[in-house]
Structure formats: C-alpha cells, structure tokens
Design a binder for this molecule. Structure first.
Ligand SMILES: Cc1cc2nc3c(=O)[nH]c(=O)nc-3n(C[C@H](O)[C@H](O)[C@H](O)COP(=O)(O)OP(=O)(O)OC[C@H]3O[C@@H](n4cnc5c(N)ncnc54)[C@H](O)[C@@H]3O)c2cc1C
Length: 407
C-alpha cells in the first residue's frame, strides 16, 4: 500500500464499551504485545490506552542501545531472540527503523570488572552470542580516539566486544508498531488514562472485569500493565504491590562533530556511555539518579557527572557544547530482571514491567511471548524465569552485572 504524506500512521477512535484485551501503556512493550496478539494469534479487539501521547514514556526518551551480551543463562537467550527480531523489523513492519549494528564495547577499569566481563564473554559464547574479551591494542584499533594512556584516574584495562550490538531509531520503532497495529484494526487511544481497574470476586478468586478511564468505562476480562516507570501505580489499582522502585535516568546530546566514534562505548566503572549518531552528535547517558521519584527533568549535577566521566575517556572533547538534556523514569526490580507474567492474586491481570534502564531492546521478544501467554495460557520458556512468583519462591535471576549501567 502506498503511503501519502497526509495519511496518519494510526487513527483516532471512539472508545468501545468492551474489548478482548486492554493494554495500559503505549510504549514499545504495549505496542509489541498488541502487534503479536493481532499478527500471531488473530486477537484484534484490543485497545491500547496511553495517558499522554505515543512514545511519551521511556520508549521515546531512551538512548536506543540494542545488545544481547547479558550475564545470566536466562537473560542471554531472551535478549538474543529480541536482537533477532530487531534485525528483521524493518522488513517485517515495512518501515525503516534505522538499526545500525556498529558494535558495543564495555570498558573495564578495574581487575574485578575484567573478571566480570570475562565471565560474561564465556557465558555469551556458550549461548551463541558473539562476544569476546579484548585488550588495549584491539580497543585502540576499534576506537582510536579513546584515551588508553595511564593518565586517567582509572585507566582502561580491557573491554567486552559485542559486534552485533548497536543503535536503533527508537521513535521509528514505536511508529512502525503503531502503524502495523492500526492496519490490523487494533485501536490506539492516546490521551486516555487508566484511572482504575475493576475486579469482582473475593480474595483468592478475584478477577479483572474492566478499566475506568478519563473517557469512560471499558469492559475487558484481560488487562495488561505495560507502564514501565508508572507500573507500581497501575498495579496498585488491583491491590498488587510489585517489588519495584522507580528512579529517573538522564541523558544528553552534544553539538555535531566530525565522525570519530563507531561503536557504542560503555564504561562499567565510570557509569557513563556514549555513541555518535549519524548526524555526528554524541549521545551520552548516565547511571540512574540516586533517589526515587517520577520527575522527567534533567538536572545540573547529573549533567556535570556525565561531562566529567566523558572527559575521563575522551579528554579532547573538553570544549564540546551540550545541546539538550532530558530525563525518563525507570522501574527497577531487586534482581535487575523483568517481570512478565500474570498473577494468581487477580485472574486476567498481566504485567510486562521491571525494565529498568535496559528494556527498549527487549520490547519485541517480550511482546511476542506475552501475546503467546495471553492467547494460549502457556508461558514460553524464554519468559518462564521472569514470572512474578520468582520473588516468593526465591528464584531470582541476578542480572545486575550486565544491566545496572550498561543499557
Ligand atoms: C534516558 C534513558 C535511556 C535509556 N536507554 C536505553 C537503552 O539504551 N537501551 C534500552 O534497551 N533501554 C533503555 N532505556 C530503558 C527503556 O527506554 C525502557 O525500559 C523501555 O522503553 C520501556 O518501555 P515500555 O513500553 O515498557 O514503557 P514506556 O515507553 O515508558 O511506556 C509506558 C507508557 O505508559 C503510559 N502510562 C503510564 N500510566 C498510565 C495510565 N495510568 N494510563 C495510561 N497510560 C499510562 C505512559 O504515559 C507511557 O507512555 C532507557 C531509558 C531512559 C529513560
């Protein structure tokens, strides 16, 4: 179908009284879930509720790093499957999502970090992920501009090199899913806030019956929480307290520079990561702000920290101007792994949350597996380890080593 400039990628609809599935939150996870419900399972009476506009949340604010070099045997195949779906996405959704597989380099500045990266490299290789520990000579070949001298307070000792990692255009991903959902008749309702979730039955046998929104009541037997940083607030609507804390995460972008940096650079010790866009700008990200809150604003202390850590790696950037800084919010679990499951406490209530600072790359596979769970009642082996029940069964999936700073 030819697309004309005046065609909207997704349409507006009146709210219907009832849907088979209501998804709260239209970021990459909500959209991917809706897409696979429609495409793989023929479930198209689906409403996506978004209290702001498409991509308002972290899906429109992230630094768009895609990679699969995680640490745990549960995490690695999951993220590898998502990387594969991203590789096919432009073709599958007929929309160029500008995925550049420029490689991903995680620097280690201490002996303990080198050991951690070595374990990751070996785990990755066993699970068919291209990943290797490399020394300063090879790092210099990949990033000639990086300061590999003994001058910095924490000189670079080694790095984890992951060639298939890279950068995608995050808003293109969101638009592509939205367009594909719209074409299947799935409804996207922007400026539609879920204010409450209705249930019936008593404790132990409670089930979802619908959602109360600022545009009226909706009946639905299945409701999905895909609200990332706001996930705790939505789960509390059914009386569920999730093991999540929400922190701001900030990033900034500089003026454009002559191309000098090809791979994505992450420093696991300095807590900074950098990539150069096709336009020449440097996108720089930090670790999470140290306090819990729902603020989306950039702050001067975090900007100072990002600048300082960047100059440890690239002192030649001392006079580069920052054009823009922004923040998003991220919900973090105790083990740095997501929660993708239903709950025995409330039948018909599902969640795909706990994405911390690293969930954009997981959108396609999380959506695909969650759609399968909703349609068939069976959890795909890729998401079995990530059920909410793991917290009461002491089966945590400790992914902090590969997820805390390295987005
Ligand atoms: C600065 C920054 C950098 C990041 N960098 C990376 C990276 O490089 N790589 C990576 O993989 N991940 C990264 N992340 C994390 C990633 O962006 C998120 O994990 C991911 O986008 C979460 O997607 P989502 O669809 O679950 O949620 P979101 O995109 O946050 O969408 C949730 C939506 O729910 C809506 N909502 C909330 N409450 C309600 C309600 N009551 N009713 C209706 N709608 C509601 C919100 O408005 C929001 O649009 C980064 C995050 C930030 C903030």
């Amino acid at each position: 179908m030819q697309l004309f400039r005046h065609d909207r990628l997704w349409r507006r609809h009146p709210i219907k009284p009832s849907y088979d599935v209501v998804i709260i939150g239209a970021g990459v996870h909500g959209l991917a879930t809706a897409y696979y419900l429609g495409r793989a399972h023929g479930i198209r009476k689906v409403a996506l509720l978004e209290k702001n506009w498409l991509g308002y949340g972290a899906s429109g604010r992230n630094t768009a790093i895609i990679r699969a070099n995680y640490r745990t045997p549960e995490g690695v195949p999951f993220y590898l499957a998502s990387l594969g779906l991203y590789e096919e996405m432009s073709h599958e959704l007929e929309w160029n999502v500008l995925f550049t597989q420029c490689g991903h380099l995680t620097l280690a500045h201490t002996d303990s970090s080198v050991n951690g990266l070595r374990v990751r490299a070996e785990t990755n290789k066993l699970l068919d992920v291209q990943s290797a520990l490399i020394g300063p000579e090879e790092i210099r070949r990949l990033v000639p501009g990086l300061d590999l001298s003994a001058r910095p307070r924490f000189p670079v000792l080694a790095a984890l090199w992951h060639p298939p990692g890279g950068i995608i255009r995050h808003d293109a991903v969101v638009w592509a899913y939205a367009r594909a959902c719209d074409r299947m008749g799935i409804e996207i309702h922007e400026h539609t806030e879920a204010l409450g979730i209705r249930t019936e039955g008593t404790d132990g046998a409670r089930r979802v019956t619908g959602v109360t929104t600022n545009r009226g009541e909706i009946h639905a037997a299945t409701v999905v929480n895909c609200t990332a940083g706001w996930a705790s607030t939505v789960s509390r609507m059914v009386g569920l307290d999730l093991p999540l804390v929400t922190h701001p995460l900030q990033a900034c972008v500089t003026e454009p520079l002559k191309p000098f940096l090809t791979p994505v650079i992450v420093s696991s010790n300095l807590h900074v990561y950098i990539n150069q866009t096709d336009r020449g700008e440097l996108v720089i990200g930090a670790e999470i702000d140290p306090y819990q809150c729902y603020s989306l604003r950039g702050t001067l202390p975090t900007l100072e920290q990002m600048a300082q850590q960047t100059l440890e790696l690239f002192p030649q950037l001392h006079s580069v101007r920052v054009l823009r800084q922004w923040g998003g919010i991220c919900e973090i679990t105790p083990d740095y792994s997501p929660i993708i499951s239903g709950t025995d406490a409330v039948q018909g209530f599902f969640m795909d949350v706990g994405w911390g600072t690293y969930g954009f790359k997981a959108g396609p596979i999380a959506g695909k597996c969650l759609a399968e769970l909703l349609a068939t009642g069976r959890a795909n082996p890729l998401i079995e380890p990530f059920a909410l029940s793991r917290f009461s069964q002491d089966r945590l999936v400790g992914e902090k080593a590969a997820a805390a700073v390295s987005h």
